[in-house]
Design a protein around this ligand. Structure first.
Ligand SMILES: Cc1cc2nc3c(=O)[nH]c(=O)nc-3n(C[C@H](O)[C@H](O)[C@H](O)COP(=O)(O)OP(=O)(O)OC[C@H]3O[C@@H](n4cnc5c(N)ncnc54)[C@H](O)[C@@H]3O)c2cc1C
Length: 465
């Protein structure tokens, strides 16, 4: 192995590797400290050619590699568990091109989402994707997990934002699909195979991403709603009255808001009296969208769909409202251990699903405190459960798999998905085997074996053995 390491280190040069445990350590633990891995060599290639040369050697020597972007993934996909080489794409950080006429940008895998957003903004254009981890998450990671976020309702997930890709294959060849065409109907759309593949089929080195006109006006509101069916009704009302210009529709429970108020400095409850549920919603579009949005909310108040509303009247207020929603994961982390479920169900089933799943989990584990929230506009719910403070947490967490299966079985019964947007990684491999058909799993294995016959790309992730 030491000869292989020397060859790989020579490819990337002195700035492109580390064997220092202190430098490697932050890459081995994920955001929630749920997974901890090990790796003796961190490689940081600076170009597609270097990635290609690295993977060529790894292929020839059967050396496994785990690709990593911003290390914000929530299913353990970016963590090397078996002392694999850790391949950080962070030095592939150039914005290669922005073309306002094509409304597209070509960015390397290690570019952080916030940097891509800022570069588009300078050209008066917009990257549609937005999520709470955008200050750290990278374009390569977003593509490889087919990430979602808060604007999926209007713009779709990452899969719908990608026009082209550059990928290093498992044998080291570079597959150049970096086209910015909106129409290219020439057979299999190969880029789709690598989107959401979690680094198991190829290393994404660059992507061509769609850009959108920056909306002239944006209207944001925080509404109290009596129950989940009312939230679903409010969504339909707002979509109709804004002509489909709603871009975000986020559900929060009172229990979640209370954790945010308790743990996040500088936030306050925007409404004077408590409500069991809240919705953070946003519409954007031409001048006048704010009036249509406000009128729709007033009608919702008259009809009792909403019981109170705070509308942002400045950029500061907009930020304050969004901070409540975006701090939800952080607040739960600060509160203590929790069981998390990133699932989706048809919107029509959202209310029944939440009720059924909470009843089932709290029957199985009475100390679990439900903290549901999520991108309700997409039917995506984070059905999380906080563990009792000072209780027998170790025992409760040990029951994690059992509780997860209870929730996922109910999701399945409602025609939903056990992973709405975070992917599969190591966390949900067993669920994939349980809920996907044997034919689907078999085809996934065939694809993996065809594209990575030596199983060197992120082994042990996503595809069940
Ligand atoms: C606070 C918080 C909020 C979040 N909110 C959301 C949300 O709203 N919606 C959502 O979808 N996700 C969310 N996430 C999850 C996470 O941000 C996304 O999964 C993101 O896409 C991961 O990007 P990354 O660069 O950090 O990738 P990493 O975590 O480094 O990697 C993720 C996966 O992609 C693979 N990978 C990374 N780069 C490459 C590459 N260049 N080529 C091939 N494979 C690669 C890794 O091997 C791994 O399997 C959130 C995470 C946090 C911490």
């Amino acid at each position: 192995m030491s000869d292989v390491f020397e060859t790989l280190k020579a490819i990337v040069g002195p700035k492109g590797f580390s064997e220092d445990p202190a430098e490697i350590a932050p890459h081995l633990e994920e955001w929630r400290s749920k997974y901890k891995g090990r790796s003796s060599l961190l490689l940081k290639p600076a170009s597609t050619q270097e990635v290609s040369a690295v993977i060529t050697v790894c292929c020839q020597t059967h050396t496994p590699v785990v690709p990593q972007g911003g290390n914000t993934g929530l299913v353990g996909g970016q963590i090397p568990f078996e002392n694999e080489i850790l391949l950080s794409l962070s030095r592939l950080n150039r914005i290669r091109n922005i073309d306002a006429r094509d409304a597209s940008m070509v960015v390397e895998a290690g570019v952080v989402l916030a940097a891509a957003q800022a570069a588009a903004d300078e050209k008066n254009l917009m990257v549609a994707l937005s999520l709470a981890s955008e200050g750290t998450t990278t374009i390569g990671g977003l593509i490889s997990t087919n990430a979602g976020g808060v604007n999926v309702l209007r713009y779709g997930m990452m899969r719908e934002q990608v026009l082209g890709l550059e990928v290093v294959l498992a044998d080291g060849r570079v597959l150049d699909l970096l086209r910015t065409l909106r129409k290219d109907n020439t057979g299999y759309d190969l880029k789709q195979v690598f989107i959401g593949a979690e680094g198991t089929l190829g290393i994404v080195t660059a992507g061509a991403i769609k850009l959108f006109p920056r909306p002239a006006q944006r209207a944001t509101a925080y509404a109290a709603v009596p129950d989940v069916p009312s939230a679903v009704a409010l969504l339909a009302r707002l979509q109709e009255d804004t002509n489909g210009l709603l871009n975000a529709f986020e559900l929060m429970s009172r229990s979640g808001l209370e954790l945010v108020l308790a743990h996040i400095p500088g936030v306050k409850d925007p409404l004077s009296s408590p409500s069991p549920w809240y919705v953070l919603c946003e519409a954007s579009g031409p001048v006048g969208i704010d009036a249509a949005f406000q009128k729709a909310l007033e009608t919702a108040l008259d009809d009792g769909i909403a019981t109170d509303v705070a509308i942002a009247s400045s950029e500061t207020q907009h930020q304050e409202l969004w901070k409540l929603r975006e701090s939800m994961s952080e607040a739960q982390k600060l509160e203590g251990p929790s069981l998390k479920h990133d699932v989706s169900v048809p919107l029509s089933a959202a209310a029944a699903f939440i009720e059924t799943a909470i009843a089932a989990v709290t029957t199985a584990l009475p100390s679990a405190r439900p903290v549901p929230f999520g991108h309700l506009g997409d039917g995506n719910l984070n059905l999380n459960f906080q563990m009792a403070r000072g209780g027998n947490t170790a025992h409760n967490l040990a029951r994690c798999d059992e509780i997860q299966q209870i929730v996922h079985d109910i999701v399945h019964d409602y025609g939903g998905s056990f992973s709405a947007e975070h992917g599969v990684g190591v966390m949900k491999r067993e669920a994939l085997r349980r809920y996907k058909s044997a034919t689907e799993v078999d085809l996934m294995r065939t694809l993996k074996h065809t594209l990575d016959p030596k199983n060197i790309l992120n082994p042990g992730k996503l595809v069940p053995d």
